[in-house]
Design a protein around this ligand. Structure first.
Ligand code: ZN
Length: 403
């Protein structure tokens, strides 16, 4: 079976997760992909395949070279994003792409235009898989699933390929932030791992945000507006004053790359009481701490200017940048760097402006940076997958495990 055939099979199965569901996994249809993968792993002769009843698959291919002893994991998630329908995906295969505008749907007038998506210009002559303009493609992360399975097929069918122990993990519910909630590192058995959940072939994600959340509460004093003079304290006015005291150059709308931010996510309340909810993000933990301190300082300043302290703040850490832990195991990135170098591929380190399942798994004891898949424009109708880039990732994996 080719990588392309696998990819087309996987994207045709609707496996969206659902943030409003409290079941595990959040949707039963994700198990359709999980069941298919379990069957295919067994058909390929993988000796250990475990499905845990929660939508996680753990599989092991033992090493066949006594000199290669490090147990390394590979992971991909089977659910697709919720931004657009993932039902009845009708993938279109464009061979020998000419670099021009691709019509996704004549009816809907949806096109993939290289002037809008310049990444397309790098894929002239390659094989692209696109949507039909009315659904997402699901390359996030079916491309990762297909690459992982193509690699497994190569390993199982090539006895002369010498490798260390390979641990395989498939998860559900990544898109709704629950990918590793029920994932058991003890069953995974990997010393470190890689998620196959990135985009551009030339990019690796080793850094993600450090994150906290803050809730600021404002106690007002509600009185009939007709007799409010020198009496009323409007909690909403306090909230507005507080928010406007925060820096305007450290918000999502004005930051990129390694720049952190304070983001107001929700405001609620009335005259008597009000509440502002924020998220704080920075790749540098010291700088995140500075943002937290700044929010506290502004609370103190406003409190001391009032008749009585009317503001309280609660700050909580959400997750951490995985980089400091990955840096303690230089072998993880050295394998990737050397593989890219051997294949003559440029490699760039791109910080993620968010969290990843790999970051959470890193803090569960399995350091896990994120590798590319060759998928682009994730989470919508403009999503596409470059087959040659996917095949190149299989070559990268061959080198990582033969190290
Ligand atoms: Zn993903």
């Amino acid at each position: 079976m080719t990588l392309l055939e696998r990819f087309l099979d996987y994207v045709k199965i609707d496996s969206q997760s659902d943030p409003d569901s409290s079941t595990v996994p959040s949707t039963a249809k994700q198990l359709d992909v999980i069941a298919l993968l379990v069957r295919q792993l067994k058909e390929l002769g993988v000796p250990r395949v475990v499905e845990d009843g929660k939508g996680n698959v753990y599989a092991t291919i033992p090493g066949n070279d006594p000199k290669k002893t490090t147990s390394i994991g590979l992971m991909a998630h089977v659910d697709t994003a919720t931004e657009m329908s993932g039902k009845n995906v009708r993938p279109q295969v464009i061979t020998n792409y000419d670099g021009g505008v691709i019509t996704l749907s004549h009816e809907l007038g949806v096109v993939l235009d290289p002037t809008v998506f310049p990444s397309l210009t790098f894929h002239r002559g390659k094989t692209l898989v696109t949507t039909s303009g009315d659904t997402l493609l699901g390359a996030d992360d079916k491309a990762g699933v297909a690459i992982l399975m193509d690699f497994v097929q190569f390993v199982m069918q090539t006895p002369s390929y010498r490798h260390g122990p390979i641990q395989i993990g498939f998860t559900c519910d990544e898109e709704i932030g629950r990918g590793v909630t029920h994932f058991d590192p003890a069953l995974f058995q990997a010393t470190f791992a890689y998620t196959l959940d990135g985009g551009d072939l030339h990019r690796i994600n080793v850094e993600n945000f450090n994150a906290s959340s803050a809730v600021v509460r404002f106690q007002g004093k509600a009185i009939h507006p007709g007799s409010a003079k020198n009496q009323m304290v409007n909690a909403q006015t306090l909230a507005a004053r507080y928010h406007l005291s925060l820096p305007t150059d450290q918000i999502p709308e004005t930051t990129e790359g390694y720049e952190g931010f304070i983001h107001l996510t929700q405001s609620t309340g009335g005259v008597e009481s009000a509440e502002l909810r924020y998220i704080l993000r920075n790749h540098d933990l010291k700088k995140l701490e500075a943002l937290e301190a700044l929010m506290q300082t502004k609370v103190d300043a406003l409190n001391s200017a009032l008749d009585t302290p009317r503001l309280t703040i609660t700050i909580q850490r959400s997750y951490y940048n995985m980089k400091s832990i990955i840096d303690q195991h230089p072998d993880i990135l050295k394998r990737v760097n050397d593989a890219y170098q051997a294949l003559n591929l440029p490699l760039y380190y791109e910080p993620i402006r968010g969290g990843t399942d790999g970051a959470m798994l890193t803090y569960k004891g399995v350091p896990t940076p994120n590798l590319a898949t060759g998928g682009y424009n994730f989470h919508g109708k403009y999503e596409y997958f470059v087959v040659e880039d996917g095949l190149m990732m299989v070559e990268v994996l061959k080198r990582i495990f033969a190290y």
